[in-house]
Design a protein around this ligand. Structure first.
Ligand code: NDP
Length: 262
């Protein structure tokens, strides 16, 4: 799985989406993250078809939305996503949120989808340690990935350690704090030491923590900037400094207090 991907939440406009995918592919991105609830699987599918790369060089992730939480509706939802994209398999399919009492059943359907070759890998999103523990107590198939909110104000120490121990790959959503990175002067100071931007420092910190990262942008310069993170290395002291910024602060919903709306 590529360590860097393009996030696609809030990419609505067809031309904007096509431009973002084309730019990302030429900047070296090979992974795209979306979800059925984002409503852009169809436009992404068209953008992927036109981007000039063969299907097997791309890594496509989408997510099962909360209203589709039953064994049978999982199959229908997956078929819908595949049809929307115009693809015959997904690289990664995630349970978007841990809807209480339902995700064990969904997970069985996910295992079956993987057996049938509709999806290459299966994982979860927004799962806390207790959700993972419960899931793993009822299935021998461990999620390949847990995609969670992760950034300098939410460093998820215990969850990261748990996932590392069980070989579950952590993937960071909202890695750039939905733009709030500008509020942290320590990051600007670190960025100046490397002649890099603050987003590049954050994304590099993700990589060095072995967390996959999927920043979203629709702007050419930012898409390119966010990919230029493989030519430098953060010193241990700066890694520790970023780790210490944690405030357990979320910009998105808390998985333990999420209203599982349609
Ligand atoms: P990000 O933390 O990636 O931040 C995106 C925002 O930052 C956008 O407003 C973007 O603006 C701006 N931005 C991006 N790059 C730069 C840059 N270099 N300099 C300045 N501003 C920049 O937020 P997201 O919430 O979009 O998270 C990333 C992805 O994670 C989503 O797109 C989605 O795929 C996934 N996600 C998953 C969730 C889940 O529940 N599993 C929940 C939320 C997100 P612009 O586009 O205008 O450039």
């Amino acid at each position: 799985m590529p360590r860097l991907g393009l996030g696609a939440w809030k990419m609505k406009d067809e031309d904007e989406t096509a431009h973002a995918v084309r730019t990302a592919v030429s900047a070296g991105y090979r992974s795209i993250d979306t979800a059925s609830i984002y409503g852009n699987e169809e436009s992404l599918g068209r953008a992927i078809l036109q981007c000039g790369l063969p299907r097997d060089e791309l890594f496509i992730t989408t997510k099962l939305w909360n209203k589709d939480h039953s064994y049978s509706s999982t199959f229908t939802a997956c078929e819908d996503s595949l049809r929307n994209f115009g693809l015959d398999y997904l690289d990664l399919y995630l349970i978007h949120w841990p809807v209480a009492q339902q995700y064990q059943e969904i997970w069985e359907a996910f295992v079956q989808l993987r057996k049938e070759g509709k999806v290459r890998a299966i994982g979860v999103s927004n799962f806390q340690i207790h959700h993972l523990t419960e899931l793993m107590s009822t299935s021998s198939v461990v999620p390949a990935v847990n995609q969670v909110e992760f950034h300098p104000w939410l460093t998820q120490g215990p969850l990261l350690a748990f996932c590392n121990k069980h070989r579950i790959q952590v993937e960071a959503w909202s890695p750039l704090m939905q733009g709030h990175f500008r509020e942290i002067p320590e990051l600007a100071e670190i960025a100046a030491c490397y002649s890099k931007s603050v987003p590049q420092i954050i994304l590099r910190w993700n990589l060095q923590k072995e967390v996959i990262t999927i920043p979203k942008s629709v702007h050419t310069d930012r898409i390119i900037e966010n990919a230029n993170i493989f030519d430098f290395h953060l010193h241990e002291e700066h890694m520790r400094c970023i780790d210490a910024l944690n405030q357990d602060q979320r910009f998105g919903d808390d998985p333990d207090h999420f209203q599982f709306r349609d």
